[in-house]
Design a protein around this ligand. Structure first.
Ligand code: ASP
Ligand code: MG
Length: 441
């Protein structure tokens, strides 16, 4: 008997029929002889609708109250899912994040899990019931206030519970058949991959792929715990997110109960492809600090100002200074939501930093090519930039890591860029990818 943690995303429980379908799937897993713990997201677009509501009520909703509001979405889905399971003749009990022992720090809207004490979940399992846990939420250790883990955070709840319960499998159920080489919503020929490494998945998630929450991948890597991403709408095998070089067997559906055996079960070792996928992000803004004196300490002053304002920076580029003026431009990107705050902070520090003006642009897209094989294959950049050029896309900024190349382009160019790069690396599948649900919101 295995202990399985199953997480169902919002599109998998979008309406009453979907909730009943998921309930059947959970009960089937239990009837197959496994213990199941379920983590569930809010139904459909509930969280977005709650955010809209808050913004209609208040221009700057208080962070504590925002968390209290948003956690209501998961309370609804967990309760109705438990009801649907009851109707199939199986005991199920729903628990808020706090009841399930998800203890966090007190940073509202982006709390981090610092401890998991799942005593009540273990007791429910002991009693033969299926615990249903509200995703994406916890309780702050110090203030005892309700917190959320950030948008998409239910994945992280699932991985954290898997680790704390020493469960055998963490299954993340979504509205596509696993991890794809690009978002099938904008690249219909995206191909589903059977396996991807933590490192590649981290780069994809950090660069806009929404299929898994970034922190869930970090957490899984820390515990070397495979994540199995699959569709709740089909019985296809899905994708395993694992460490490099692991052997695996997807055909069996579930891993062996013996953790150590997982690395050696049946299956063939799949050859590591050069490219894992293409990610895109429309959520960033670009700020240019124009006319910065080219002398020591200027960059430090700019970035200290932004750090004090708690702005998370992504790409940074400094131009070569113009010989005639001795001044240079510094450009960076940050989440669109922080753009205005970044401008205000820099404006306040104008005397200290010394610059001529600020430019702001949020009509940008970031397109990233990710693949561990880049490390050892020359010519990847050449193919990447040739593809963008042939598609008529202008590159505004470039940044790289060991296994990633990213560019900033116009937001309007995002589809053309992703599709061009995807094709150039031979990633296109023969047929079109299936998107089973969700509004992609
Ligand atoms: N319901 C939350 C959100 O929409 C958490 C999640 O879905 O993982 O962001
Ligand atoms: Mg999600």
């Amino acid at each position: 008997m295995s202990l399985v943690v199953q997480k169902y995303g919002g599109s998998s429980v979008a309406d009453a029929d979907a909730v009943k379908r998921v309930a059947r799937r959970i009960v089937e897993t239990k009837k197959a002889g496994h213990q199941v713990v379920v983590v569930v997201s809010a139904m459909g677009d509930t969280t977005d609708n709650l955010v809209d509501l808050a913004n209609q009520v208040s221009p700057q909703p208080a962070a504590r109250e925002m968390d209290m509001l948003l956690t209501a979405g998961e309370r609804i889905s967990m309760a109705v899912l438990a009801m649907a399971i009851h109707d199939l003749g199986v005991q199920a009990h729903s628990y808020t994040g706090s009841q399930a022992g998800l203890i966090t720090d007190s940073k509202h809207g982006r709390a981090r899990i610092i401890d998991v004490t799942p005593g009540r979940i273990e007791a429910a399992l002991e009693a033969g019931a299926i615990p249903i846990v509200a995703g994406f939420q916890g309780v702050a250790q110090t203030t005892k206030d309700i917190t959320t883990l950030g948008r998409g955070g239910s994945d992280t709840t699932a991985v954290a519970l898997t680790a704390a319960l020493h469960a055998d499998v963490c299954e993340i159920y979504t509205d596509v058949d696993g991890i794809f080489t690009a978002d099938p919503r904008i690249a219909p020929t995206a191909r589903q991959v059977p396996r991807i490494t933590y490192e590649e998945m981290l780069e994809l998630a950090a660069n806009g792929a929404k299929v898994l929450h970034l922190r869930c991948v970090e957490y899984a890597r820390r515990f070397d715990m495979p994540i199995h991403v699959r569709s709740s709408f089909s019985a296809r095998p899905g994708t395993l997110v694992v460490s490099e070089g692991r052997t695996l067997d997807l055909a069996s559906g579930l891993f062996s109960a013996d953790r150590a055996a997982r690395t050696t079960i049946g299956g063939t070792t799949l050859e590591q492809p050069i490219i894992a996928g293409v990610a895109h992000d429309l959520g960033d803004a670009k700020v240019t600090v124009v006319g910065v004196p080219d002398k020591p300490g200027e960059a430090a002053a700019i970035f200290q100002t932004l750090a004090d304002a708690e702005i998370n920076l992504d790409m940074i580029v400094q131009n070569v200074s113009a010989a005639s003026t001795g001044r240079t431009d510094v450009t960076f990107t940050c989440p669109m939501g922080d753009g205005k705050k970044a401008l205000a902070a820099l404006e306040n520090a104008r005397d200290v930093v010394g610059f001529e003006s600020l430019l702001y642009d949020d009509q940008i897209a970031k397109v990233s090519l990710v693949g561990a094989g880049m490390r050892s294959h020359p010519g990847v950049s050449a193919t990447f930039f040739r593809a963008l050029a042939d598609a008529g896309v202008n590159v505004e900024m470039i940044s790289t890591s060991e296994i990633r190349i990213s560019v900033v382009t116009r937001a309007d160019d995002v589809e053309a860029s992703v599709q061009a790069v995807h094709s150039a690396f031979g990633l296109d599948a023969d047929g079109e990818a299936i998107v089973y649900g969700g509004t992609g919101r």
